[in-house]
Design a protein around this ligand. Structure first.
Ligand SMILES: Nc1ncnc2c1ncn2[C@@H]1O[C@H](COP(=O)(O)OP(=O)(O)OP(=O)(O)O)[C@@H](O)[C@H]1O
Length: 312
């Protein structure tokens, strides 16, 4: 592996982590470019956290090689620690310390000189709307406030690369949207970001994503490219008997899956069927439908096609 290419922040090859013979991460190859938000999308237990912990140098791979910011991991993990930020799922904040005490503590861990420390703490408190909350115990903050504090501590030392493990699981949609705007501000300032999520809307905001399942990467690329290259067409059906139509369609030739969304049934049809709309209209299984129309795919369709249900 060569680290000459400054535009690559993470390169992993053949990454495996086994826990007593169980392969939580199973042969992961990754190339992540500088200046982007790269997402790991996948269900609980698919190995996102384990993969991220190996990339940060916190966990030693069973097999494979990892290079992060030109450093070999985990060998150079100690040096890497000062160049990356890591916001864990459990929010590594001290509930019995105040906002200011948490920030001071982390600034000391990162070894910021005292003048710089004061300056950075003031900056992040202002940027992440914590200025009024300096004396508040972290344990007494709302989910959104805790998340802002966690992000503030993760970027105190101005890391080039930021790892976020399911950062918005515990916050409301408004805070989540705001949080993502802050991530794009960080990218604008030169930070690269790796984020894990099981939310489709969040994955859709990433420049690129890897779709993970059972420790393996099933697909990767820009969300819009993945949607364009999807191996299925999407057709929606309306009618009074959608549950019945769904039951009849599932398991029939050419149908990958069908799921109801409100008053519509969303059907994934294999893309070797030339005219999926006519195909469904001509099927007895759709009798009673009042509307059958092809629609644009979304990321959830890509996910379903790339993982379990869609591959069977
Ligand atoms: N230290 C460990 N010992 C044994 N098994 C582990 C350990 N850490 C993780 N696992 C297992 O590895 C698998 C992947 O876990 P991981 O936490 O990486 O998944 P995830 O995709 O991040 O899901 P979640 O969002 O629920 O954390 C799970 O089956 C988990 O139980």
């Amino acid at each position: 592996m060569s680290s000459n290419d400054g535009d690559i922040v993470i390169r992993a090859e053949g990454l495996v982590k086994s826990f007593k013979g169980f392969r939580a991460v199973d042969g992961l190859d990754l190339t992540i470019e500088r200046g982007m938000i790269y997402g790991f999308l996948g269900p609980n237990g698919c190995g996102k956290t384990t993969a991220m912990r190996m990339l940060t140098g916190l966990l030693t791979p069973t097999e494979g090689t990892v290079e992060v910011l030109g450093l070999s991991v985990p060998k150079d993990a100690e040096t890497l620690k000062y160049k990356i930020g890591y916001m864990t799922q459990a929010f590594s904040l001290y509930g019995d310390l105040t906002v200011l005490e948490n920030l001071n503590f982390m600034a000391t861990i990162y070894g910021l000189p005292s003048k710089r420390k004061k300056q950075r703490i003031a900056e992040v408190m202002e940027r992440y709307e914590l200025s009024e909350l300096g004396d508040r115990f972290a344990g007494k903050m709302s989910g959104g406030q805790r998340q802002r504090l966690a992000l503030a501590t993760a970027v105190l030392h101005e890391p080039q690369l930021l790892f976020l493990d399911e950062p918005t699981s515990a916050v409301d949609p408004e805070s989540r949207r705001h949080f993502w705007e802050q991530l794009f501000d960080l990218v604008d300032g030169g930070t690269s970001i790796v984020v894990t999520t099981h939310f489709m809307d969040e994955a859709e905001r990433c420049h690129k994503i890897a779709i993970m399942e059972a420790g393996q990467k099933r697909a990767d690329g820009a969300p819009k490219d993945l949607m364009a290259a999807m191996g299925a067409n999407v057709v929606e059906i309306e009618g009074p008997n959608l549950r019945e139509i769904r039951r009849r369609l599932l398991g029939t030739e050419g149908i990958i899956t069908a799921a109801q969304l409100g008053a519509r049934l969303r059907v994934l049809v294999r893309n070797d069927i030339a005219d999926p709309e006519a195909f469904l209209k001509n099927k007895d299984e759709t009798n009673g439908a009042t509307l059958i129309e092809k629609v644009r795919p979304n990321l959830e369709d890509v996910f379903v096609t790339a993982t379990g249900e869609g591959r069977q």
